[in-house]
Design a binder for this molecule. Sequence first.
Ligand SMILES: [Zn+2]
Length: 204
Amino acid sequence: MIVYGTGSKDLGEKLITNEKCPHCGEFNKIHLHGIARYFDVFWIPIFPFKKKIIAVCHNCDTEIPKKEASPSLIDKISLEKSSFKIPIYLFSGLILIVLAIGFFQYSSSKHKSFVESRVENIQKNDILVFKHNMEDYTFAKVDSIYKGAVFFKNSNYSYNKKPSLSDYNKALIDNSDFFDSESYYYTINEIDSLHKNGVLDIFE
Ligand SMILES: [Zn+2]
């Protein structure tokens, strides 16, 4: 369940001089109060949607509605409105959303360029290392790429820890039957997914 709603933030107050209260007739008792209204989700402000300035007489504690305010008071209210600043944290949710979108775009473009360089550029004679489980790794060698499929030959030898390219070069010299004669294939998408899941490594 998502808890959402609206909240109010007091933006402070300011005395307005040379104005008379229409209720009690006192001079220099009218203060402007700034209020920001904002949306919140789980009590975290997402963004403000309204800034309201009200005029209150501090002598008789009455809010002065616009229709009772003098034209000069109305002018002063609109002049002072911009001096009531909305604090940046009322935009917290919006800022987080923008940052999250930016991060997502950054990481997906980074991933894409990685995939492009490693998986989409896969070519004949590239060496693959499959991880079958924690203690079982095998080499494979790319035979050909055809219509989005990667054909490869599996090695007949397995390793109990992740082998390096020099393990490969050494094994190739020592064992004439290092690769099986059967060809297998994965689609490029399967190669990409195995690669993403850490099951497959590619040596170029
Ligand atoms: Zn008053």
